[in-house]
Design a protein around this ligand. Structure first.
Ligand code: 5AD
Ligand code: SF4
Length: 459
């Protein structure tokens, strides 16, 4: 008997946690007959795994749904059926509103319910009625996900923590992802071992507030992130560990110590600060000052002198004055970032900051964003140029545009291009950096032992 797999197309928006979730949705749907497909056209199921962080996120989902509606109609004209689903944070935030505005949608489900997908699909496959599941179920989805082999990728994501209890006043995450939850350490390690067995050399531990991790560790004990990273670093085959995203007020001594002592922990940290003004930080409910952040950066550099920092910034938070904004520029000058993301504040319905009276005018936000990005871009370029002449270990896991060209990631997350390296695809290779640009580096094969100098930096 030939069983033809049904085609499943998942379109993923937003952060790496959504990338991870999409892969797990595919795992959950495989036993009920769905195989991943790169095309939405002709698919038996299309899932939009949505993100609510950016402005007009919901509107973008509705217009994408409008396009998919045509594909769904075409499939029906051909005598087939397409199940159309909206998942992720927009699904969580909009809920039944999606079914009202786009009644041709079959399933709407939030980030905490996708382990129930087979049951939802069975319900949606029966005629009539859409499925809506935006609950925060008492059971953890992680306890119900199949233990499938990794996809064989060299650099893998692993969600260890989800949700957030910090309630920064601009942010929707505590509402869409729910309360903070840490997976038990042993469950994380099982998954990490499986990823390593299937070829992963690099693992990125994911969480909305990943360094608030406090997973149960047997015997009534709990592990923080530093301890967990140590255990992951002991898994054979795992050469590189990263984690994202972190909150400055949740960086503890054990984590700083891990940066100083665990060679596999990459010397790069995305540590969003959002603003350099104490007044704005307080209004954002960040619960630390700009000087706290400066001191934290110093401690991390004491532990690991070559650590590179990355950050997120919001300009034009309600009530932000020119003087506040200058404090942000001053913080950037003081700390120095290898890379950063910056955004104009935009109100998210339902968050405390959205209700504040003193919104900053659009043109002022635009000017501040330009000034901040000029500074951040110049720091990024300077950092990239400072790498020229150094030898860096690069994980070559993508093919470049030119024939024989490979692209990889440096320890500092820079994209590095190398020519004629085809044979080294998938490996961590020592490259001598020959050029540094605004957004990438170029390298060539370095002599053996060339990165020993870097290793000494923190030994
Ligand atoms: N407006 C602008 N930027 C925001 N971010 C989160 N919420 C908002 C908002 N309402 C930014 C923050 C966060 C990043 C993921 O997105 O900088 O760290
Ligand atoms: Fe949002 Fe991060 Fe603040 Fe949590 S810590 S509320 S996820 S910005």
């Amino acid at each position: 008997v030939v069983t033809l797999a049904k085609k499943l197309h998942i379109k993923t928006y937003g952060c790496q946690m959504n990338v991870y979730d999409s892969a797990r949705m595919a795992d959950v749907l495989a036993p009920v007959g769905y195989a991943p497909s790169a095309d939405a056209g002709g698919a038996d199921m299309v899932i939009l795994n949505t993100c609510h962080i950016r402005e007009k996120a919901a509107e973008k989902v509705y217009s994408e749904l409008g396009r998919l509606r045509l594909l769904k109609a075409a499939k029906e004209d051909a005598g087939g059926r397409m199940i159309l689903a909206v998942a992720g944070c927009v699904a969580q935030a909009e809920g039944a509103e999606i079914l009202r505005r786009a009644p041709y949608v079959d399933m709407v489900f939030g980030p905490q319910t996708y382990h129930r997908l087979p049951e939802m699909v069975a319900r949606a496959s029966r005629a009539g009625g859409a499925v809506l599941d935006t609950a925060f179920p008492p059971e953890s989805k992680f306890d119900h996900l199949p233990a499938v082999p990794g996809a064989g990728e060299r650099s893998a994501f692993l969600t260890i923590q989800e949700g957030c209890d910090r309630f920064c006043t601009f942010c929707v995450v505590p509402y869409t992802r729910g309360a903070e939850f840490s997976r038990p350490a042993e469950q994380v390690l099982d998954e990490a071992r499986r990823l390593a067995r299937d070829g992963a050399v690099e693992i990125t531990l994911l969480g909305q507030n990943v360094n608030s991790y406090h997973g149960s560790a047997g015997g009534g004990g709990e592990w923080g992130l530093g301890r967990l990273i140590r255990a992951v670093s002991e898994i054979p085959g795992i050469d590189r560990i990263r984690y994202t995203t972190s909150h400055p007020a949740d960086v503890d001594g054990a984590l700083i110590d891990a940066h100083g002592h665990i060679a596999a922990l990459m010397p790069f940290l995305h540590l969003p600060v959002q603003s350099g003004s104490d007044r704005v930080l307080a209004a954002m409910n960040r619960r630390h000052t700009a000087d706290d952040y400066r001191r934290l950066a110093d401690k991390l550099r004491d532990a690991r002198p070559d650590i590179a920092l990355s950050s997120d910034f919001i300009v034009g938070f309600p009530g932000e004055t020119d003087a506040d904004f200058r404090e942000t520029l001053r913080l950037v000058e003081d700390v120095g970032f290898a890379q950063a993301y910056s955004f104009k504040y935009s109100a998210r319905p339902g968050t405390p900051a959205a209700a504040l009276e003193v919104q900053v005018p659009g043109p002022v936000k635009a000017d501040r964003l330009d000034a901040l990005q000029d500074l951040l871009n110049s720091q990024q370029r300077a950092f990239n140029e400072s790498c020229v002449g150094r030898a860096l270990a690069v994980l070559l896991d993508r093919r470049g545009r030119a024939d024989g060209q490979l692209v990889g990631r440096s320890p500092y997350m820079q994209a590095v291009h190398v020519e004629d390296a085809d044979a080294r695809f998938g490996q961590v290779v020592d490259l001598e950096i020959t050029a540094g640009y605004a957004n990438s580096l170029a390298g060539r094969a370095a002599p053996p032992g060339a990165t020993a100098e870097n290793e000494k930096a923190y030994a």
